[in-house]
Design a protein around this ligand. Structure first.
Ligand SMILES: Cc1ncc(COP(=O)(O)O)c(C=O)c1O
Length: 310
């Protein structure tokens, strides 16, 4: 949609999943890694500002854990440089930023319906197109490069091959499952809000005592309650805590490895020390069990087990 070509640059946070960057790399773009903010773990807009060049085609805003990036700052950087803002809203569906839905702020936004997401059909995703100038081409690319969507609307009497494209339509069975999940979104979100808030309030004093940092949600953002993570004092502390939880049958996991120090990231000029916050957080972040069907008793066992940890 953005006509990305070899030589273009795309600024991405180092602390994200590979999907955020593969989409651009397969078009020949060079990813440029930005660090994250220590409070929200979203892309650091001050670092982005320093990385923009005349070759920057897009800036990727990953709303980490469903908490919004500073979209005002990113939008002005995009407007001043001509770079498109693309939201990777895999975590943030149903969250908002200053009253605007996440996924409806950038020119384009991607959603994920992978099994780990709040609403899922196992695998799959969606592209949200907010820049109206891109809508017509999106419909064509989605329909294997044909104007079939116009045909269905009665705007052409035959449809044909008019552009490049592929088959980006979901299978009907998956779409039906997703549709049911979307209809159930209020119940899903209510339950997740309740689980998230309980972790946050019941772990507050334990966290203070152990120098563990619980997530921050700025007042500009209503989060989507996608995950519950903690930033712990050291990698060794995290290993001991993981083992303590595991011994009681509780699985707690880390998250992304920084892209700038990955095997592929290094081929694009990524190196150690380039994104210090991401590099540090990756070693000390831990996600607690968090899923819509988690019962109160299951959550009680996780909280009790953490509080037993000396
Ligand atoms: C930020 C982010 N983007 C994208 C994805 C994945 O998207 P998909 O597997 O649907 O491509 C994930 C995780 O699964 C993610 O954490």
């Amino acid at each position: 949609m953005l006509d990305i070509k070899a030589g273009d640059e795309v600024i991405v946070p180092s602390f994200t999943f590979v999907s955020s960057v593969n989409a651009f790399v397969i078009r020949g773009a060079r990813p440029v890694f930005a660090d994250i903010r220590p409070d929200t773990l979203c892309i650091d807009e001050r670092h982005v500002e320093r990385l923009v060049t005349p070759r920057t085609k897009a800036i990727v805003a990953v709303h980490y854990a469903g908490v919004a990036c500073d979209m005002d700052a990113l939008t002005s950087i995009g407007a001043a440089s001509g770079a498109a803002i693309v939201e990777d809203n895999a975590h943030g569906l149903l969250g908002s930023y200053r009253g605007r839905n996440l996924g409806a702020i950038g020119s384009l936004a991607t959603l994920s319906f992978h099994e780990t997401k709040n609403l899922t059909c196992g695998e799959g995703g969606a592209l949200l197109v907010s820049d109206r100038a891109l809508v017509e081409r999106a419909e064509i690319i989605r329909e294997k490069g044909t104007d079939r969507t116009k045909f269905f609307r009665g705007q052409v009497d035959k449809y044909g091959w008019v552009d490049v494209g592929s088959s980006y339509l979901p299978a009907e069975l998956l779409a039906a499952m997703l549709c049911a999940q979307l209809e159930d979104r209020q119940r899903v979100q209510d339950r997740r809000r309740c689980l998230w808030s309980r972790y946050h309030s019941e772990l507050a004093s334990w966290a203070r005592e152990h120098h563990v940092v619980l997530p921050t949600v700025p007042s500009s953002s209503i989060q989507s309650y996608h995950m519950f993570y903690m930033v712990v004092p050291s990698p060794e502390w995290r290993d001991r805590l993981v083992a303590h939880l595991k011994a009681r049958g509780i699985l707690a996991v880390s998250h992304y490895l920084p892209l700038n120090t990955s095997k592929v990231g290094r081929t694009f000029g990524g190196r150690e020390g380039q994104c210090p916050v991401a590099e540090q957080v990756a070693d000390v972040l831990l996600r607690l069990p968090f899923y819509t069907n988690m019962t109160d008793d299951e959550q009680t066992s996780v909280i009790d087990c953490l509080q037993d940890f000396a």
